[in-house]
Design a protein around this ligand. Structure first.
Ligand code: ADP
Ligand code: ZN
Length: 743
């Protein structure tokens, strides 16, 4: 670097396909003596009329440039992206055909990124209880009392209070006027924390209690031994830990982490969502104390920065987090565990559309480490090739797996929601002072409305989907784009007063169950009630503390919580996901049933599961009920093989969208025509039309074949060419490699 500032090549962190892999030259540094920022440094750059963030990927100019005309980049933080994470970003962009900038964004320490506008920085009104308020003097109404009861000492967004308790804002405002609550004005919506970092699942304020060391069961010991052996080999290894729900997988991970930490290594534990992850963090902290780092989306920038320093500095050696924690800059990384590895949240549904399980494998492959996928219901893909799964068939606590009974809904005299047998079972459970979980994978009050006279169904104005009726918000809502409309009194088409409600959702179900438990024993968990990870945690913790209690919710309730007092699980509609036009609908239905069944009878109490279904003879339901896991996987693998579906063929999904139907269709046909001659017969499927969403027409292509490398290469070229004729005229392209959803 001769005198004066030096030139670096920067990749702007934009998810723009048209920039593909381009770099841009900038000047950095004030004087000749200052060392140039290292490769991997994060910089702020002028770009067009904006200032945006970028990453330095090389020193020196990319070509012959007149450096006096270059603009200046400004280094934003002392932390730089490490070399192996830079390479990982590159690999990500090649495999997923994703813009390099978007992939770099995934590996940049999140606190160096400008705060996203939108949800994370939203300003909302918070309310908190007034200490020592004389509630008797306040003369509260029952509704006010129930609203007050949900507000924790740290406060809660006002909107959450309304949502949780179903009261209007006026009720909460009255509480403020009566001096029971203060409204803390506008405040940034950020979850509370204990100390520097939120500690999910810790008892308020205190450090986690030390726990006695468990004595491993023989199966657990064998698993630990095998995993430890795999850890010692210099080659990268991958193992499936296939353990029934409650078989103590967490304890197995913990023992493996102990070895890693003792020998100076680091570990990452990926979980589907921190808030839905039961007591994992608490258990790890009890074992590893302050060396546990926790990463999740609800951290404030300051907390993130602190966590990043702890992790990169090698002080936090065991890092727990959701999907994006797969990029945690752990030094001496030896093992990555993907817990509940079947969960679809490991796939990111925006650019880059990576699967954290795949990226986890890339990371351990670089360092000769170990990947452990733990689950009770593996994805079918994981069962092909590779080492034999490590099985945990029993629960070390001795708790038997629950009895599963089918409730045939065709013989319930037209009951729509809960069959008499399910109602009785709920009543019995409650009367014994125990807890029950009711799963209904459909939120809202009553599905869509339809006119009994003319058949009209109110649809979203922007999406080709029906609107869902929500009673508490008194309106019709689109679950895709948030469109809302008032509930019509008469059919807007024929004018008859014949609007009927369709299939009930969680909101209606919760209403129906109101009389079954005391008021404070009914909990609801779905994305209408849940506004943040903190809320999920609060609801689950409150449920865990309450007896008797019923928790009603969507599939969120099926995830890995450990509630010892739950003795009954009712699956209100086992068929909901069965007929989705998706190659994994059968697998998902099976997984959901097995997972939710695993929530019952986890401790000393025996459990019971009732599965309500209209299709009791459908194989995946029958096999889930009989817990005939082997048969299910054998059949499903055979079906996949016959159809050439993953893992026997690789799938790439291409979605072309536009406001104009004809453009979307033409764009998809253009791609299909360019790909078809070069790929095996039958491996280009479509274009097929999908329902409009958010005002955009959508046409889809599926590329299926054993030569994914070739498809990817051809697709990259075709996409490049598509851009020229179509891009500037409002055609959008999504490429999803290894999609988790095929429709
Ligand atoms: P999984 O993740 O496989 O569903 P968990 O790890 O949550 O199971 O364990 C289920 C329960 O069993 C937990 O309460 C855990 O403390 C307990 N447990 C695990 N291993 C043992 C053991 N060896 N002895 C006694 N209890 C155990
Ligand atoms: Zn919509």
């Amino acid at each position: 670097m001769g005198g004066g500032p030096c030139v670096v090549q920067v990749v702007p962190l934009l998810g723009v396909r048209s920039l593909a892999a381009r770099t841009f030259d900038y000047l950095v540094g004030e004087s000749a003596d200052a060392a140039p920022p290292s490769v991997g440094s994060v910089v702020r750059i002028p770009f067009g009329r904006r200032r945006i963030t970028g990453v330095v990927v090389a020193h020196g100019a990319s070509g012959a440039v007149d450096s006096s005309r270059l603009l200046r980049a400004e280094v934003v933080g002392p932390e730089a992206v490490s070399e192996d994470l830079l390479e990982l970003a590159r690999e990500l962009s090649e495999y997923y055909l994703a813009p390099w900038g978007a992939c770099l964004r995934a590996v940049v320490p999140a606190h160096l990124l400008p705060a996203a506008s939108g949800s994370s920085g939203r300003r909302v009104t918070w309310v908190r209880p007034i200490e020592g308020a004389d509630l008797d003097a306040c003369a509260l109404t029952p509704r006010q009392r129930s609203a007050l009861a949900v507000v924790p000492d740290e406060g809660l967004p006002l909107a959450d209070v309304c949502r949780l308790t179903g009261v209007g804002r006026g009720v909460v405002q009255a509480l403020v006027e009566k001096g029971a609550l203060t409204a803390t004005g506008e405040r940034v919506d950020r979850p509370r924390s204990v100390g520097g970092v939120p500690r999910p699942d810790c008892p308020e304020g205190g450090a986690p209690a030390a726990r006695p060391r468990l004595i491993l069961s023989a199966e657990q010991q064998a698993a630990v031994d095998e995993l430890s052996a795999a850890l010692e080999t210099p080659d990268p290894e991958s193992r499936l830990l296939w353990g029934v729900t409650g078989s103590g997988k967490t304890e197995v991970y913990t023992r493996v982490f102990e070895r890693v930490v003792d020998s100076g290594g680091g570990a990452i534990l990926l979980v589907p969502e921190i808030a839905l992850t039961g007591q994992v963090v608490e258990r790890l902290r009890a074992r590893f104390g302050e060396t546990v780092g926790v990463l999740h989306s609800a951290l404030s920038p300051g907390q993130r920065a602190a966590q990043h320093r702890e992790i990169a500095g090698g002080r936090a050696r065991v890092v727990v987090g959701a999907r994006s924690a797969v990029f945690a800059p752990v030094p001496q990384l030896r093992v990555i565990v993907v817990d509940e590895a079947h969960d679809s949240s490991y796939k990111q549904d925006e650019e880059p559309r990576y699967d954290a399980r795949t990226v986890a494998w890339w990371r351990v492959r670089r360092v000769g480490g170990l990947l452990i996928e733990g689950t009770a219901t593996p994805r079918v893909e994981t069962l092909v090739g590779g080492a034999r799964p490590i099985l945990l068939r029993e629960r070390p606590t001795g708790g038997a797996l629950p009895d599963v009974e089918v409730v045939d809904m065709r013989r319930q005299g037209g009951v729509r929601v809960l069959a008499p047998r399910s109602r009785r079972a709920l009543q019995e459970t409650v009367s014994r002072g125990e807890q029950a979980i009711v799963l209904l994978n459909r939120r809202g009050y009553a599905g869509f409305l339809h006119c009994d006279h003319c058949g009209h169904v109110p649809m979203c104005a922007r999406c080709e989907v029906s609107l869902t009726y929500h009673r508490s918000r008194n309106g019709l809502f689109c679950h895709h784009c948030g469109f809302q409309a008032p509930t019509p009194g008469l059919c807007p088409v024929c004018g008859e007063a014949a609007l009927a409600r369709g299939t009930p959702g969680t909101e209606k179900l919760a209403d129906e169950l109101r009389g079954y438990v005391p008021e404070d024993g009914l909990f609801r968990l779905d994305s209408d009630v849940v506004t943040s990870g903190t809320r999920v945690r609060e609801i689950l913790q409150a449920f865990g503390r309450t007896t008797p209690a019923i928790l009603v919710g969507t599939q969120m309730v099926a995830k890995g919580h450990d509630f010892p007092l739950v003795t009954l699980v009712v699956v209100a509609d086992a068929d909901t996901g069965l007929y989705l036009p998706d190659l994994r609908s059968v697998e998902r239905t099976f997984q959901l049933l097995v997972q939710v069944s695993g929530r019952a009878g986890r401790a000393a109490h025996p459990g019971r599961v009732l599965v309500q279904t209209w299709n009791p003879e459908v194989p995946c339901i029958r096999m889930a009920v009989d817990r005939d896991v082997q048969a299910f996987y054998r059949d499903e693998l055979a079906a996949r093989e016959r159809l050439g579906y993953p893992p026997f063929g690789r799938l790439i999904r291409v979605l072309v969208s536009s406001r104009e139907e004809a453009r979307a269709q033409a764009g998809a046909s253009y791609l299909a025509d360019r790909l078809r001659p070069h790929l095996a017969e039958g491996s280009v499927r479509g274009p097929a039309r999908l329902p409009r969403l958010r005002g955009r027409a959508r046409w889809q292509l599926l590329l299926l074949g054993d030569d994914a490398e070739r498809s990817r290469h051809l697709l990259a070229r075709a996409a490049e060419q598509l851009r020229a004729p179509y891009a500037r005229r409002g055609v959008d392209l999504i490429i999803d490699v290894d999609p988790q959803w095929s429709a």
